[in-house]
Design a protein around this ligand. Structure first.
Ligand SMILES: *Cc1c(COP(=O)(O)O)cnc(C)c1O
Length: 474
């Protein structure tokens, strides 16, 4: 399987060559040159464990790692030990347990990994793939990133202790929740460097961009990234759509719907690909918070990325985005995989601030694409958290609440609805308290996390200072 760019201007590449990179050289995102079809295999896959299913799906996309090695990587990645942070009564060996709230309305629990958010599902695999490929090639990588919470911690827990990988993670001083800070800063691994920047998330992000655009420095210090456009992250997320489908149905003739709390369109992009592979998904329900770029697109056909200054800070902060980086992958498929059209649309968005597919050759396809959407506000979020707590005695986090709220608006009789649970409530304690008047539950092993010793270097928002740290440690 080779990978091509959504903008049509890059040489097709094998999986291991795009694994460690970011954007394609023409500015596009990598996608497989075709989607393998599951067909009859669906029946066999129903019986598989999560790790076995992961191997079956990934082996369709990865043909440059020997089968036995890929299998071993899947088995090391998806263990009950790693995904043990589940609610009482769940079976950790399920990796992604399904909880039925009522007949035909389910939660798929994706946040039982080490950082209690769904990003672990893909990032843990990435950590093991990076280590494997770097070992094979005798190379090292220094991952430089900026985080406002979930991504940075997932990357650190995935890369901690790995050979040939160091992580330098910038975070805005004092902006993350106490729990999120403690998760990251309490790591004592020698290859993890937490750097708190005096400033906002955007300041940290600007430093990462500045360092990465210094080509000479980037090459000399082997700077890399693990951002949400990484193809392996999307591929890893395809797996749980299949697992969720098997849990919620009895036979392979049945259709289901998935509701997905969305920011960068990474999670739901994997759902789109699962459906392209032949998984019977009747509907993908996209939920946004107040930052509703994607809801606007699916309602009107107009994609209007916002300026970062327009991005609202909300109580589902991991969905606070101004542009949805993975969205380009979906549009590539929608316009018949024509890179020239994608290039033209993004040129329009850059020049005019938006593009529209509402009229013209793709309007009918958009109507028939099997996506619906909705938006959830702070008040909706609080009301949904309260309602789910009262009715089912279950605490859900703020992002999952956005998913439940929008899922309810799109339920269809006879089609099971599966809402993806993307984080555990303890990560967002303040809003949980506002909704329920009590502190959220937390896994027993994490009692006292906030009082562990912390390891973090505090610096001014200054590019040279970050470069000095990299030079010192590499
Ligand atoms: C990252 C994240 C999201 C958004 O996922 P995308 O792949 O960016 O759409 C939703 N919820 C939580 C808790 C997250 O961490």
């Amino acid at each position: 399987m080779k990978y091509i760019s959504t903008r049509g201007g890059a040489e097709p590449q094998p999986f291991c060559d795009i694994l460690l990179g970011g954007l394609a050289p023409d500015g596009g995102l990598y996608l497989p040159e075709s989607y393998p079809q599951v067909g009859e295999r669906l029946a066999e896959w129903r019986r598989l464990s999560y790790a076995e299913l992961a191997y079956e799906i990934l082996s369709l996309y990865v043909d440059d790692i020997p089968a036995a090695d890929l299998k071993a990587i899947c088995e090391t990645t998806y263990t009950a030990q790693t995904y043990r942070w589940c609610r009482p009564g769940r079976n950790a060996a399920d990796i992604v347990p399904l909880t039925s709230l009522e007949p035909g309305f389910h939660l798929l629990e994706l946040s039982n990994g080490p950082t209690l958010a769904f990003k672990d599902m893909a990032m843990q695999l990435l950590g093991n793939l990076f280590e494997y490929v770097l070992d094979q090639r005798g190379e090292t990588i220094n991952i430089l990133g900026a985080t406002s919470g979930d991504t940075g911690s997932a990357a650190e827990y995935a890369m901690r202790g790995k050979h040939n990988v160091r992580v330098f993670m910038l975070s805005p001083e004092g902006r993350m929740s106490a729990f999120q800070r403690a998760q990251m800063y309490s790591l004592q691994d020698a290859n993890i460097f937490n750097i708190a920047v005096r400033g906002m998330f955007d300041d940290a992000q600007d430093i990462v961009k500045a360092v990465s655009s210094d080509a000479e420095f980037k090459a000399k210090y082997k700077i890399g990234a693990v951002n949400s456009i990484n193809w392996a992250r999307v591929a890893a997320q395809i797996i749980y759509y299949f697992k969720g489908y098997f849990e919620a149905t009895r036979t392979n003739g049945e259709e289901v719907a998935f509701a997905v709390p969305s920011g960068n369109f990474g999670n739901i992009c994997a759902g789109h690909i699962a459906r392209m592979m032949g998984l019977p998904i009747a509907c993908l329900v996209l939920a946004t918070n107040e930052n509703d770029v994607l809801d606007e697109f699916f309602r009107t056909g107009i994609y209007r990325p916002r300026a970062t200054t327009e991005t609202q800070i909300t109580s589902s902060p991991s969905m606070d985005i101004s542009r949805a980086s993975n969205f380009e992958r979906f549009v590539f498929d929608l316009v018949g995989r024509d890179g020239a059209i994608v290039r033209q649309l993004w040129r329009e968005a850059d020049a005019d601030g938006s593009f529209s597919l509402a009229d013209g050759p793709f309007a009918a396809r958009l109507v028939g694409c099997g996506f619906v959407s909705g938006r959830s506000s702070h008040m909706d979020r609080l009301a949904t958290i309260r309602d789910v707590w009262r009715r089912y005695a279950l605490m859900i986090d703020t992002h999952t609440a956005d998913g439940v709220k929008v899922a309810r608006e799109h339920c269809v009789a006879e089609v099971p609805m599966i809402v993806l649970e993307t984080a555990q409530p303890v990560k967002f304690a303040e809003t949980m308290h506002e909704a329920l008047g009590c502190d959220p539950e937390r896994p027993a092993e994490l009692e006292g996390l906030e009082s562990l010793p912390q390891r973090v270097e505090l610096v001014d928002a200054n590019v040279d200072q970050i470069k000095r740290i990299l030079v010192r440690e590499c």
